[in-house]
Design a binder for this molecule. Sequence first.
Ligand SMILES: Nc1ncnc2c1ncn2[C@@H]1O[C@H](COP(=O)(O)OP(=O)(O)OP(=O)(O)O)[C@@H](O)[C@H]1O
Ligand code: SF4
Ligand SMILES: [Mg+2]
Length: 279
Amino acid sequence: MICSVDIKKAYYGNRQVLEDIFFDINEGGILAVVGESGAGKTTLGRLVSGLYKFYPLTYEGKIDKKEELDIVPQNITDSLDPVFKIIEQMLEICDDENKIKNVLKIVGFNKPDDILNSYPSNLSGGMKQRVLIATAILRSNFILADEFTSALDMVTKIKVVNLLKKLNEERKISLVFITHDMELLDFVGEIIILYDGKILEKGKIEEVKRDAQHPYTRFLINSTPKLGLHYTNYKFSNINIDKRYGCPFYKSCKKARNLCKESAPPLKKKGNRWLRCHF
Ligand SMILES: Nc1ncnc2c1ncn2[C@@H]1O[C@H](COP(=O)(O)OP(=O)(O)OP(=O)(O)O)[C@@H](O)[C@H]1O
Ligand code: SF4
Ligand SMILES: [Mg+2]
């Protein structure tokens, strides 16, 4: 196992932001963490990578890692220094120029010298993203990609995701994908649906996508335009979330009963799926 996480609670100052988040990742394994803005995805990445020390962020629980987790960050524009060439920035991580050229080739640059002699402003969003992935694999075999596709167009998104998939298959790189949409998640691995700092559903990606149990997971799947479909032709689904109820999904759930109105559902295991639901 490359990483085992069991966070009971996490706080910014005295404000609780995560509760009961647990997962294991094997060597070459994949975990996807999906949830809307503010769900706590980046916070989870900060905790697992150890970067939480730079924030007013504390946790109760256990995070065991065999290898350091390297983050391909959410904001690509801030991640490369505009005043230094790529070569100067990559030499800070690894002093072996041949190794650097090799990882640039792995991420699809046939002429690594051209990239190394460029400034970040000379590169497109997708190229910067690939430089950041190359930087991450120089550091570690365990990579977390935080909303890494948010600044990319669909074609580049698919290319970058396929690259990560290839790195996973061929080089056994373990991956954590953080995203707020499900469109590109056709991986084999585990998925956690996060809402308000808590797990709503957890299981195998392919099973959860095929047979989502929680109404919020179904909403996320249904509000994702299928690849190849034009956005203009797509009808997005709606969900009514009301935090005054024990289960905030009470209003949108076909299975809801009185208990759901009154009390917050616990996280329970149902077969090999975890679900935050009374039933
Ligand atoms: N540095 C910080 N100090 C205090 N609170 C923070 C800090 N960073 C995030 N938070 C709060 O923690 C909660 C989770 O934020 P987080 O950034 O982890 O969400 P996210 O799921 O990554 O959202 P997004 O999809 O917008 O990136 C939010 O309520 C946010 O306001
Ligand atoms: S707790 Fe009730 S309202 Fe919430 S998801 Fe389960 S059945 Fe639906
Ligand atoms: Mg985030």
